[in-house]
Design a protein around this ligand. Structure first.
Ligand code: URA
Length: 424
């Protein structure tokens, strides 16, 4: 077997054999296939797709590239959530402690930013002292102590995905149904959770731009999970506009703490509760009431304990950017559109994202929204505040917003539900 023949098969639109898939994933993990060869294969998959059979085998090969975790020693059922990635998607932050407060154990392995979307680990790292890298034993200790843990997948969990994920981020090969499905599900199946809820985003700020693509991705992942004995279901949710009022690491932590304190933006609260109910139901805890756990402070208690157990100081001030730039409304009316992708690219250019996989991110960088679709705006009023440590980034970042904001009449706006569809 050699990498070039595998690349050629997929480049020419052929179906990869099980042996080809097993070999290339294992050889890439051992470092015997070069990154440039894997990049070429990822691009060939991106362009020519993979069948259900190939995707299932690719996922199994990625699981087999490392270890599987085991939480069966915990008394509580384990339940987890994974989002396909969006702009302003900070839901994991309030959700994990909320579901733990309702009696489940939440082992949440999260990732870093990918393309124009922010990563949960990058967000939490804006909390002084907080550590994403835990050993399997530390992860279990935090789970036992606090009921929830959010951390990086350790190096032995689906290591093939670890390398491929970083490679896809910088080679324009993220938005592919088989690559996203196998990436997410290999980690989640290897993680060993009993139940899994997928938040599959649809819209400009998502990797899947249409509900049809999101539905196909959701079905592919639900099938992969179910075949591996994980109770899996999916919600397709709107990502045409950013979630909440912030996109950027520290800005999103601040907003998540507001939700845990019983406030926060309506859409973030609505989606957090919808996902919590699904996670609890999938874990056999349907009678628990997440709205009560948010209101009575028990979710906040779990958050504080989880942050502390991972070395963070929940009371430390969050980092703020050194410079700000305000974008104002050109005309008065109702904000009918605020494009999620444009805001994601803007935040990325302000320093919240990476151009190369080894780049650092700016904790304080990002975009703050002063109005959401449906809100009235007056001409000259602040619409967005851009945050960055590098003021020279403002002009380029603001360019991303050209055409992203539409102000019209009240009648031009129809409110979209946050949850578009459920797939089980
Ligand atoms: N999240 C992942 O873990 N992988 C992807 O490919 C996309 C989102």
């Amino acid at each position: 077997m050699d990498a070039i023949s595998v690349i050629r098969t997929k480049r020419d639109g052929g179906e990869l054999t099980a042996e080809q898939i097993d070999w290339i994933i294992a050889a890439y993990t051992r470092g015997e296939v070069a990154h440039e060869q894997m990049s070429a294969l990822a691009m060939a998959v991106f362009l020519n797709g993979m069948s259900r059979t190939e995707t299932a085998r690719w996922t199994a090969a990625m699981i087999a590239s490392g270890d599987r975790m085991d939480f069966s020693s915990l008394p509580e059922p384990t339940t987890d959530k994974h989002s396909t990635g969006g702009v302003g998607d900070k839901i994991t932050l309030p959700l994990a402690p909320l579901v733990a407060a309702c009696g489940a154990a939440v082992p949440q392995l999260s990732g870093r930013g990918l393309g124009h979307t922010g990563g949960t680990l990058d967000k939490l790292e804006s909390i002084v002292g907080w550590r994403a890298g835990l050993t399997a034993e530390e992860m279990l200790d935090v789970l036992r102590e606090t009921g929830c843990v959010v951390c990086a997948a350790n190096e032995r969990l689906a290591p093939a995905d670890r390398s491929l994920y970083a490679l896809r981020d910088v080679t324009g090969t993220v938005e592919s149904i088989p690559l996203i499905a196998s990436s997410i599900m290999s980690k989640k199946i290897a993680e060993g959770t009993d139940a899994l809820v997928l938040d599959v985003k649809a819209g400009s700020g998502a990797f899947m731009k249409t509900p049809e693509q999101a539905r196909e991705l959701a079905r592919t992942m639900v099938e992969l999970g179910t075949d591996h004995g994980v109770r899996t279901r999916a919600l397709i949710t709107d990502m045409s506009t950013p979630l909440g009022r912030t996109a950027g690491h520290a800005l999103e932590v601040r907003e998540s703490v507001e939700v845990l304190a019983g406030g926060g933006p309506e859409d973030v609260v609505e989606l957090t509760l919808a996902l919590a109910r699904e996670m609890l139901d999938a874990a056999g805890l349907a009678s628990a009431d997440p709205a009560k756990a948010l209101a009575d402070g028990s979710a906040m208690d779990h958050w504080r304990r989880m942050i502390t157990a991972q070395g963070g100081d929940p009371d430390a001030p969050l980092p703020a950017s050194r410079e700000r730039h305000t974008v104002t409304a050109q005309e008065a009316g109702v904000l009918t559109e605020l494009d999620a992708y444009a805001v994601g690219v803007c935040a990325w250019r302000l320093g919240a994202g990476r151009s190369r996989k080894e780049d650092p991110v700016q904790a304080g960088a990002g975009v703050e929204l002063h109005a959401k679709p449906g809100d009235s705006v007056t001409a000259g009023a602040p619409l967005l505040t851009l945050h960055s440590d590098t003021p020279e980034a403002f002009a380029y970042a603001a360019q991303a917003l050209e055409g992203a904001v539409t102000v019209g009449e009240a009648g031009d706006f129809t409110k979209q539900p946050v949850v578009l569809e459920r797939i089980a």
